[in-house]
Design a protein around this ligand. Sequence first.
Ligand code: MN
Length: 439
Amino acid sequence: MSLIDHTHRPDALSWVASANAADTDFPIQNLPYGLFRRAGSNESARVGIAIGEQILDLKLAAAAGKWSSAVQVLLQPLADGDLNTFMAQPSAQRRLLRHAIFEALLEGSKQQAALSACLLPQAAAQMAVPCRIGDYTDFYTGIYHATTVGKLFRPDNPLLPNYKWVPIGYHGRSSSIGVSGGTVRRPLGQLMPPGAEAPVRAACKRLDHELELGLFVAGGNALGEPIAMEDADEHMFGVTLLNDWSARDMQGWEYQPLGPFLAKNFATTISPWIVSMDALEPFRTAFAHPESDPQPLPYIDSAKNRAEGGYQIELEVWLQTEAMRAKGESATRLMRSNFKHAYWTLAQMLTHHASNGCNLQPGDLLGTGTQSGPEANEGGSMLELSNGGKQVLTLPNGETRSFLLDGDAVGLRAYAVHEGARRIGFGECVATIVPAPSL
Ligand code: MN
């Protein structure tokens, strides 16, 4: 059953004028959730909804708006800055709030007078990590990334035999997840210089980004009780951009036998706005493995997943170096790809994660793995774009990069576009690299 409804109508307009701009990420069809406070204030954080260049402050809106009692109950934890309680609601309740906010922000709404005073320009807000992220897991669903990186680490055996059977992942660390707009400190670590007999402790020399999406879990499952593929959508709340910062030299030395550890857990950056699964409904697409590949085992297969388990989301990486910033030059785009290339769907990641009885909880974050496109210039990391550091990229201002340097600001962007649907965007996921601590 399609869940596309009047809130997806491409011609719907808002009384918030900036939401009607053709190039806005946040038209009335989007309505993503974020956590914020007024920049420079000591006020408590509250959940807001991005609309055009504004934020609808749900603390103010809960008090000033006219809402049904069912909607008022949903708004209360959001007014108190608690997104997790709302995430745990059944999808029908989450959709009820989407519909109420849509009506309230729609052109001609009777709520306009009351809610006009509940807006804050996004430029005046300080965003925070949007919810309590209890656990963070990072998958590896980008098959072009897995193949290219596999070739660099294991030239004879790039894609391990389990790749086409199991949605591969590792458990990451939620404490170092930060929101867009901050800095990332270059990590210190154990490195094995080429040809050396023993490792050294030094600042990472091969600092990299990874272009990923992050799926936030809605309602969880009880320990010991797997989630069926048919129920996966019910457990999905929404999606952000995610940069899985990676120290490639540390990774090469430490990753066997137990996988990523300190090469990954020093920083992860996410975009501040969680785009709900409801907003992404028009951008679903059919999903299949190539016929010559193994087909998914039944527990991660379903008719719905084959019909519409994929999502068409355009993805981009942008770089602004310190020199570019000093001269007022805007960021340059490094690559583009699309999430439709992912080898496993969001539903398969989630279902596989819980398939052993592992309990997912509201607010848990599942990274998709680096989403590279099929072409060499569509790598979602510097490791791919520089062919393992063997080639340099020349930027428009003449600077070169094989990996990231201090002062570089890496920005991820994404937007969903489909014929007959209003384009929606994800905002920005940017962070600037600062030097390592002194040894
Ligand atoms: Mn990753």
